[in-house]
Design a protein around this ligand. Structure first.
Ligand SMILES: Nc1ncnc2c1ncn2[C@@H]1O[C@H](COP(=O)(O)OP(=O)(O)OP(=O)(O)O)[C@@H](O)[C@H]1O
Ligand SMILES: [Mg+2]
Length: 164
């Protein structure tokens, strides 16, 4: 069974499929790649001239999703984290972070603030809450035993004129 959960803020409509640019990255599930994913997404999204705040929101959201794929999805094995970033129009960014790890049984519960399955108590259970609050739309699709796909959309305040 595949589970899906979408959280969408009212002000963002579904963005048009108007692809302007795209990058696909595949990274092994090593913790060093959390920072690499963060940096690559920052460079790529910069072409839209985001504000400092918008850029740091996107970097944090990517970082949370990639960290989850590495520490939870691939908790007891190595695997590949698949990241796709699309510029959909002159100011919309859609980011997909996918793993082929253990999957999530109950997505609704997993997305609750402070919920964590970390046995060591190092995690605070706030990753999904960060993604949800920093982005306009968050969709989580997961199949236990097969993996998880997190899709996040953010529409920036100012359209990049060069893309109009
Ligand atoms: N890609 C994933 N694969 C499997 N389980 C996941 C994945 N992402 C999240 N989870 C599950 O959802 C729970 C909540 O994730 P969330 O990111 O909100 O908190 P956390 O990772 O536990 O803590 P924090 O992000 O604050 O360090 C995780 O503890 C884990 O059980
Ligand atoms: Mg997390």
């Amino acid at each position: 069974m595949t589970n899906t959960e979408t959280i969408e803020k009212k002000r963002s409509g579904r963005p048009p499929e108007n692809l302007r640019n795209e990058i696909r990255i595949e990274l092994p599930s090593s913790s060093v790649n959390e920072g690499i994913a963060r940096s690559v997404s920052s460079v790529f999204v910069s072409q839209l001239d985001p504000t400092f705040e918008e850029l740091s929101d996107i970097k944090c959201a990517v970082s949370e999703a990639v960290t989850n794929a590495i520490v939870h999805g691939y908790r007891d094995k190595r695997g590949i984290v698949y990241i796709t970033i699309k510029i959909l129009d002159e100011r919309t960014v859609r980011i997909e972070v996918r793993d082929k790890g253990c999957g999530i049984d109950d997505i609704k519960t997993a997305m609750q603030p402070l919920y964590t399955t970390d046995p060591e108590g190092e995690r605070s259970g706030m990753g999904f809450t960060v993604m949800e609050s920093f982005m306009d739309r968050l969709t989580v699709v997961s199949k236990p035993g097969s993996g998880t796909k997190v899709t996040m959309v953010k529409t920036l305040g100012n359209p990049k004129r060069a893309f109009k």
